[in-house]
Design a protein. Sequence first.
Length: 297
Amino acid sequence: MIDVNAIYEPADLAEAVRLLGEQTDAMVICGGSDMLIQNREGRYRDKAYVSVRHLPELRGIRETPDGRLMIGAASSFTEIMESEAVQRICPLLAKAVSQVGAVQIRNIGTIGGNLCNAVPSADSACAVLVHEAKLHIAGAKGVRVVPVKDFYRGGGKTAVARDEVLTAIEIGPEAAAGYSGHYTKYAMRKAMDIATVGFGILLKLSPDKRQIADVRVAYASLAPRPVRGFKLEAALRGMTVGSEIVDVIHQTCLSDVNPREGRRVSKNFKEKIVREVVKRAVNDVIVAQGGNHVYGS
């Protein structure tokens, strides 16, 4: 049974913001694939829900004249996967959201909800982090833009206040141009499971394919929130393409995260999986860039 005080369906963003300000117990809901389950489990009961699912300001995926990709926060995972612009500009994001749940979940689940839910295992988060996206957030005072590095405020917390709405995810043209990317989701099952380890990477080699010119990485399910791997990035950036990269990964890839003992997976097992996932992903993107294998064959 779903237990709510009221459900409001505003006609536009301005009305949604007004309702959130007036109804002090109100919460934003979009696809509902997470919140309604949590409601049935006893959370978010006796609340008013403000549905932003069909707000025109939160819909659509478009490329601006200056090459920025604007993804409406109410865009479903399926819409993102099938978007020509997303596949062309940031295929890593399309790959990441294709691994969310099953078809039914991808049809109703939205990228805005996935980010605002702020769970450590969010598949879209790694892609948004490595693309250094900007999050557009609307409130009573207007729209503010928050870099994704400042978006997550701890376990289950984001920069979006209770009376605000995440409206769009902006990815700049410089974020992925010339890079190769990969997202790996390791889970106990191939479908309908959350990530035991999630890892996203964007990497660019030097013109002669002999050095790592730049790299950005992010982890899911390995900290209270999705995180960038700044220490691993710093260790890899500028390295000559060779087997030494594998040694650096082995020594450094756990520096930015804190795998913990879990009911399903031990800390030791997680650490082994992280090292293997990162080695394979780095090798794959180096090869995709035209470099030599550094791990496996």
